[in-house]
Design a protein around this ligand. Structure first.
Ligand SMILES: Nc1ncnc2c1ncn2[C@@H]1O[C@H](COP(=O)(O)OP(=O)(O)OP(=O)(O)O)[C@@H](O)[C@H]1O
Ligand SMILES: [Mg+2]
Length: 427
């Protein structure tokens, strides 16, 4: 039998070990750790051993210590060197190195078909733990993207936000058809010559749900959400802001997938006569330049929102920069009903007269409804705690809270919004 021995892993061994790790048939613990994690662990000084025969590396074992617990990341053996006790010897040496480093519990995760490590683990007295299930989730953000997201303040929003949007059926259906579905089914869109949107502008009165819609889109697509706040991007000067925008867009451009959201975009893209320091000509021009390159790559969507679409530079709005200019309007009765239901559902109540509540809040935005519902919960809370009353909301109580909430909308605002739809909407 050819002779072999076990020694610590050296940096130079990497090239020789990689073929062992790369071939699934020679790989032990294959499910839990990827190659880059293993290499990262070795470089970070975690225990790693190799079995060598002459100049040949014929096996390896790598572990990762966390306090007094260690995971065996991988045990591998070259096929022709099996059944010679090398696996057990590797494991024994690894165990003793772990124990001297304070480890008391050693775990290892295998696929059922792996035999290399299983035989060795068996031999070394490891027990199979019954009743364990492996739960796994592949996050859609690559590791390199996580660093960029950190830098630009982006995040994954998690599922379900789109579904939580109450009512607003017209807006939801429009955005779903024009925006979400083509982006989510890009191959079909491509086959039929539909270029998925890369930029949309949402406009409407305050609190109608523009930001909420943008987040809902990111949630539905499962793409990270990056919100840019022009007012926070730069200090005093407009050149500073232009540069900050350029830098941020260049970082964001490296992400695999992203929804970029800019709220109150009129701040950086206002029409000439309305320009302020922050929305100087230079900043608007910078944005106009940045959008085309942002649009070049797949899997990205720029969502801008404004309360004042008429204040925006018309060059900014033009087709080719924004594919759709979408009104997000005041909720109609049906939408208000759905939104009320959503917010009242967590407040114990006696058969509320929803129709009265809906018609009593006709100039309410979703944000107003949310606030009035919060007021209602507060009133029930005080009634129960301070007045020893019932933990129950009545229609009268809700209507009182509606009366105490100032509506955002007015006939004038609605009229202007309808005018804006005629002048600017493009759906
Ligand atoms: N359709 C909806 N269903 C339930 N809640 C909603 C809905 N739309 C908005 N809201 C709630 O109303 C609040 C305001 O919404 P949002 O911030 O999205 O409005 P906005 O149009 O972006 O406002 P602004 O113009 O002030 O930026 C949020 O707390 C949101 O959760
Ligand atoms: Mg908003």
């Amino acid at each position: 039998m050819a002779s072999w021995r076990i020694r610590d892993f050296h940096e130079d061994d990497l090239d020789l070990v990689l073929p062992l790790w790369g071939d699934p048939s020679t790989t032990g613990a294959a499910v839990a750790f990827g190659l880059s994690e293993i290499i990262g662990a070795i470089r970070a000084g975690q225990p790693a051993l190799v079995a060598v025969a002459g100049i040949e590396v014929v096996g390896s074992a790598v572990a990762m210590i966390d306090g007094d617990h260690a995971w065996i990341m991988r045990i591998s053996l070259a096929n022709s060197w099996r059944k010679q006790g090398i696996g057990s010897a590797l494991l024994e040496a690894l165990e003793s190195s772990l124990v001297t480093r304070g480890v008391r519990r050693i775990s290892c995760l295998f696929t059922e078909t792996e035999e290399v490590g299983a035989a060795a683990l068996d031999h070394r007295g490891f027990n199979v733990r019954d009743g364990l299930l492996l739960y796994e989730k592949v996050e859609s953000v690559a590791t390199s993207d996580i660093n960029i997201l950190k830098e630009v303040g982006g995040r994954m929003l998690g599922p379900g936000l789109w579904e939580e949007l109450g009512g607003m059926i017209r807006e939801k259906e429009l955005i779903e058809r024009r925006v979400i579905l083509p982006l989510a089914n890009a191959h079909l869109a491509d086959r039929v010559g539909l270029f998925p949107p890369r930029g949309i502008m949402l406009f409407g009165p305050p609190g109608t749900g523009k930001t909420t819609f943008a987040k809902g889109v990111a949630s539905r697509l499962g793409w990270p959400f990056v919100e840019l706040f022009p007012s926070r991007l730069a200090g005093e000067s407009s050149t500073g802001l232009a540069k900050a925008l350029r830098d941020t867009f260049s970082l964001v451009g490296e992400l695999d997938q992203v929804v970029v959201f800019i709220d109150e975009v009129e701040e950086i893209a206002s029409a000439r006569e309305q320009r302020t320091l922050s929305a100087s000509h230079g900043v608007t021009n910078e944005m106009l330049k940045l959008i085309p390159s942002f649009r070049e790559k797949d899997c990205r969507l720029l969502v801008c929102a404004t309360n004042s679409v008429r204040a925006i530079d018309t060059a900014f709005l033009r087709h080719g920069r924004f594919d759709y200019v979408i009104p997000v309007g005041p909720p109609d009765a049906e939408a208000r009903r759905a939104i009320w239901l959503r917010y009242l559902s967590s407040i114990p109540n006696e058969d509320l007269d929803l129709e009265e509540i809906v018609s009593g809040s006709s100039l309410f935005t979703p944000a107003d409804i949310e606030f009035a519902a919060r007021r209602t919960a507060q009133a029930v809370f005080e009634q129960a705690l301070l007045d020893q009353g019932a933990e129950l909301a009545t229609t009268e109580l809700v209507l009182g809270c509606i009366r105490d909430t100032r509506p955002t909308l007015s006939a004038q605002i609605i009229h202007e919004f309808e005018q804006d739809i005629d002048d600017y909407a493009r759906v």
